[in-house]
Write a protein that binds this ligand. Structure first.
Ligand SMILES: C[S@@+](CC[C@H](N)C(=O)[O-])C[C@H]1O[C@@H](n2cnc3c(N)ncnc32)[C@H](O)[C@@H]1O
Length: 199
């Protein structure tokens, strides 16, 4: 039968902790797969913030949410996108970009690190920016809220970033948050999942 993929495990952990009407964040929207999952999870009464530093990623996400129909009317789009805030900025700025009244109330923040497939692979998440964003994300979460991070130790620079993120999580005070890893024990280079639940 096999184990769940890291992406499916991230979705499972988020689904167990976020619900209709919640505010949630996709910190690296890329192709929009996680953004779409979050939009369906929280429904039209919820709010989804989707961050990316590449305009192309935001556009791919917008098109995915429209079901790939580029010529969709503005009214239909407004209807379907009402709960979605596409933010062309680094996730390191999320505390400034998320509405003040949502601070401490966010149910889930999802990170999927690395580069946008099929785009410029030199544009990748960085250790410094990711650690700053993780700290901001934990502050934004409500108690019982979850942060998931998919890490890629297999690409250049990815192992250093993955090590720094794992160390950051291991040093979090246990009264603030609980952190777990979901990882293939026999494949050091395989992507793995870090999940942090705020207490
Ligand atoms: C692996 S992709 C994300 C895949 C995405 N979750 C999906 O479902 O398709 C990583 C994304 O992170 C973005 N990124 C890199 N640095 C970033 C930053 N500082 N803030 C936000 N996004 C960033 C990249 O542009 C890229 O689109």
């Amino acid at each position: 039968m096999g184990f769940l993929s890291v992406l499916s495990m991230a979705h499972k952990l988020v689904k167990e902790r976020a619900a209709i009407g919640d505010t949630v964040i996709d910190a690296t929207c890329g192709n929009g797969i996680d953004t779409q999952f979050l939009c369906e999870l929280v429904g039209p009464r919820g709010t989804v913030y989707a961050f990316d530093i590449q305009a192309e990623a935001l556009e791919r996400t917008r098109l995915r949410l429209l079901g790939g129909r580029e010529a969709e009317s503005d009214e239909v789009m407004a209807d379907r996108m009402a709960k979605l805030q596409l933010v062309h900025a680094s996730h390191a700025e999320m505390d400034k970009q998320v509405a003040a009244d949502a601070h401490g109330k966010v149910a889930a923040v999802m990170f999927n690190l690395g580069y946008l497939p099929g785009a410029d692979q030199s544009v990748i998440t960085t250790t410094e920016g990711t650690i700053a964003a993780l700290a901001a994300a934990i502050a934004l979460l409500r108690k019982g809220g979850i942060l998931t991070v998919v890490l890629y130790p297999g690409h250049p620079g990815g192992a250093e970033e993955a090590d720094a993120v794992t160390r950051f999580a291991s040093e979090l005070p246990q009264q603030l948050a609980q952190a777990v890893l979901y990882r293939m024990a026999q494949k050091a280079e395989a992507p793995y999942l870090l999940a942090i639940e705020k207490r």
